[in-house]
Design a protein around this ligand. Structure first.
Ligand SMILES: [Zn+2]
Length: 109
């Protein structure tokens, strides 16, 4: 994949709602999210992702870049990851609409 450029990577607080590029959930106004400036095939855009999906990047299988398919293909290896898989399938929200904890984080001491 030539002509790909990854620019500044920031974690701004959303000033308006965005869509996560990989789980397609709404990133709420006021929520911190991952934003990276990219140029791909001559097109410049901002790659926006929720922090839940960003935390999964080390665990999904991909080559040079990844997209929502790599998340859909992710296979949990144990019960803990199976729970994360369920949370991902639910776009990181429980039935009350509250966000699940960000996956693969150490519990706060
Ligand atoms: Zn997401």
């Amino acid at each position: 994949m030539s002509g790909t450029f990854f620019g500044q990577h920031t974690h701004p607080r959303a000033r308006r709602a965005h869509k996560c590029a990989t789980c397609d959930r709404t990133i709420d106004h006021g929520e911190v999210y991952s934003r990276q400036f990219c140029v791909w095939d001559g097109m410049a855009y901002a790659w926006k992702q929720c922090l839940h999906c960003e935390a999964m990047i080390p665990y999904i299988d991909y080559d040079e870049s990844f997209n929502e398919d790599d998340y859909q293909c992710w296979e949990p290896r144990n019960i803990k990851e199976l729970r994360i898989r369920v949370h991902l399938n639910k776009q990181w929200r429980n039935n009350a609409g509250e966000l699940y904890p960000i996956p693969f984080q150490k519990a706060a001491a």
